[in-house]
Write a protein that binds this ligand. Structure first.
Ligand SMILES: [Zn+2]
Length: 408
């Protein structure tokens, strides 16, 4: 009965929003550029395709503050039609030494529901204190002839897990990187192994009927991924590489436009890139993508850990004893739900204190001091831990609900 009521609420919400939003996607490609001290945002291009796989509930809300937000408002009434929060590789790069001496540009791509009438879109980037340090507002008219239709020839897909229509489900796409045409069978095995690992983790297992999972068959010309420190550059579908920001194990792709062009037209909201590599590496960027090496022995835990970042915006719960990098300040409560500076602990897991396995342990978010996590160990801390801690489980469940159930 509860399920039926929820379905009816969701249906009315869809009908209510349909006057202002089309069942299509507006994809806006941006360039974020700057240095460690400056950031600017530019529109690169507007694209469209004929499906909307994003959420149809809580359209004008964000689940977390994030390191940036995008919002779309009706140009006449100012009513917010859609909002989302995110993090970016650009902002990670801004904390590197390189950013102190060179200006660089990074691609960023966002999917929005196509509006029926003209809108204003605002993008903001925040610093460690949550202050907006860059902001751009630009108009978009859905009848603009320069909005490029993409996605007429989406790649073939295989269902990994199907729960129902895309409009009711959270849509995940697995994208292969560095698998040749002959290796697509291996890629599918890797997708199934990843999903099996998700099904060994709560709350994904008990909430699996909220997800659709597909594998996109996109072959690379060469097998494996690039390792720049060895002078080893390969021709692959997404041009990913190790040594991102000169860090050996950091495997990413900076080609966000290329990534989204590859999957354009598919029903997708969250992207998991599997890299055909035996070298440990990867990363997850909140509401951007996760990328994981698929042939390392820690693949099963890591593919779930990185989704904790890219889907639920969870922080790493580990810390370095010898390296004090300050990302979190005592006068700011982090937006990540699984760490706290105790500045506003009531907004975190204070209400769960005393439950089995829940406490306050100093060290987390890369810092040994001044940041606390809720459990001795967690999927967001070590690869040997078998599960998410209760606080992470609640945060993930809340995120799944945000996408699928209208808040009161
Ligand atoms: Zn945790």
């Amino acid at each position: 009965m509860k399920r039926l009521v929820l379905t009816l609420i969701a249906l009315f919400t869809v009908l209510g929003a349909s006057a202002q939003l089309q069942d299509r996607t507006l994809r806006v490609d941006y360039i974020f550029s700057g240095t460690d001290k400056e950031a600017s945002i530019s529109v690169a291009s507007l694209n469209s395709f004929n499906t909307w796989a994003g959420r149809r509930v809580n359209m004008d809300k964000v689940p977390l503050r994030g390191n940036g937000q995008i919002s779309m408002a009706d140009a006449v009434t100012g009513q917010v039609l859609y909002r989302m929060s995110f993090s970016t590789l650009f902002q990670e790069w801004q904390a590197t030494e390189e950013a102190t001496r060179v200006t660089k540009a990074f691609e960023n791509v966002f999917l929005l529901p196509m509006p029926e009438s003209p809108v204003n879109i605002t993008v903001e980037l925040y610093d460690f204190h949550g202050k907006a340090v860059a902001s751009l507002t630009h108009p978009v008219d859905p009848s603009d002839i320069l909005i490029r239709p993409v996605g007429d020839n989406p790649p073939p897909t295989i269902d990994i897990h199907h729960s129902g229509p895309s409009s009711r489900c959270i849509d995940i796409v697995f994208v292969p990187e560095g698998y040749t045409r002959q290796e697509m069978g291996i890629f599918l095995q890797d997708c199934r192994a990843a999903w099996a690992s998700f099904m060994n983790h709560e709350p994904f297992a008990s909430m699996r009927d909220r997800f659709n999972v597909i594998a996109a068959l996109i072959p690379s010309e060469e097998s494996g991924v690039s390792v720049p420190r060895n002078g080893d550059w390969k021709s692959t579908a997404l041009e990913s590489h190790f040594d991102t920001f000169y860090s050996d194990r950091y495997l990413t792709t900076l080609q966000l436009t290329r990534l989204h062009n590859q999957v354009a037209g598919l029903p997708y909201e969250h992207i998991i890139i599997l890299a055909n590599s035996t070298t440990y590496g990867g990363g997850g960027i909140y509401n951007s993508y996760e990328l994981t090496a698929a042939h390392h022995s820690a693949y099963a835990p890591v593919v779930v850990h990185e989704f904790g970042h890219s889907f639920a915006g969870l922080a790493d719960e580990y810390h370095y004893d010898d390296q004090f990098v300050e990302y979190y300040y005592p006068d700011v409560e982090p937006w990540e739900q699984n760490i706290t500076t105790r500045f506003d602990f009531a907004s975190k897991w204070e209400d769960m204190m005393g439950q089995p396995g829940v406490g306050l342990f100093e060290g987390g978010g890369y810092q040994s001091k001044g940041v606390w996590r809720s459990a001795q160990d967690c999927r967001m801390n070590t690869n040997s831990c078998p599960a998410f801690c209760p606080v992470c489980q609640r945060a993930i469940a809340r995120m799944i609900d945000f996408y699928t159930v209208e808040n009161e």
